[in-house]
Ligand binder design. Sequence first.
Ligand code: NAD
Ligand code: LMR
Length: 331
Amino acid sequence: MAETLKVVVTGAAGQIAYSLLFSVAKGDVFGKDQPLELLLLDITPMMEVLNGVVMELMDCAIPLVKNIVATDDPMVAFKDVDAAFMVGAMPRREGMERKDLLKANVKIFKAQGQAMDQVAKKTVKVIVVGNPANTNGCILSKYAPSIPKANFTCMTRLDQNRAQAQIAAKLGVSNEQVSNVIIWGNHSSTQFPDVAHASVTIQGKTMSVPEAIKDDSYLNNEFIKTVQQRGAAVIKARKLSSAMSAAKAACDHMRDWFVGTGKNWVSMGVISDGSYGIREGLMYSYPVKIQDKAWTIVQDLKISQFAREKMDATAAELSEELDAALAECEA
Ligand code: NAD
Ligand code: LMR
């Protein structure tokens, strides 16, 4: 059997973690033969709730779970971890934008970056879920300078899954028939869900999504808005932010990172190297391919004027967020 993999989930007493932990524990992410040690981090007042989560995880009697550690100490939670799901942060409520969380959440990521820097494996693979996810990801990486920047990512997979599901529903096909939808930029209402390079297979024939939908007005307006506003729509309906779908997306993201993407690409927030003219150092969502646990940005896609404007608008928002976050961390 493989060596035990150490996986930390922060915000482990919260609602996303409640779905996420079950999926991770039963092997949906790291494989059905991969033994796991689960490290669960939350804040001190949540330790009793977290204890309940630990009891439930034990009661699932899942053979892959070799050990569970519940703690309020980041130095314990991040010790020698191989994979980190950074969920612990305040969620937004109705009427807020995700960047409104910046002041409350960014310092969490500064402190956790500092702890990770000291005790996590240098190969740790990190997904930031807590909002504002892209900017929190940048801050985490900045304060963990001994860990390669490529090991820090943030989640835009939920947006990708939402976009894919909208297209599948519009065409009356199943989700796996739609591929290569891209999310560019910020996990926010300025994100750009782009189907110009996406394809759909219908009755054995593969064609581009715009060709299949034949309605550019829908694709350039209603479709984009629906995906951009989906998080807010869920909050309005549930009075709580997405949790089941967020946990599923976090699993998809981490599984693809460990297993690879094959011929298709997926979207992830990664630290920009300047690709597609985006400011270096922003955590920007790009289409990526993954092989041998390393992602590379898909290059040379043709960018229309329409796309260029949308990609730049979301980059401008990220630049502002990052500058505000850096100022907050230094205050
Ligand atoms: P929740 O309030 O149910 O749980 C958050 C948990 O984090 C709580 O248990 C809280 O005590 C804990 N926490 C707070 N500060 C912490 C710290 N310093 N260390 C460890 N744990 C800490 O919220 P949720 O619904 O699970 O959402 C968590 C975050 O994920 C929110 O910021 C939300 O906006 C975000 N989110 C992101 C996406 C995405 O697509 N990127 C999707 C859904 C939700
Ligand atoms: C989402 O997209 O559902 C999450 O980021 C939660 C939110 O605040 O929208």
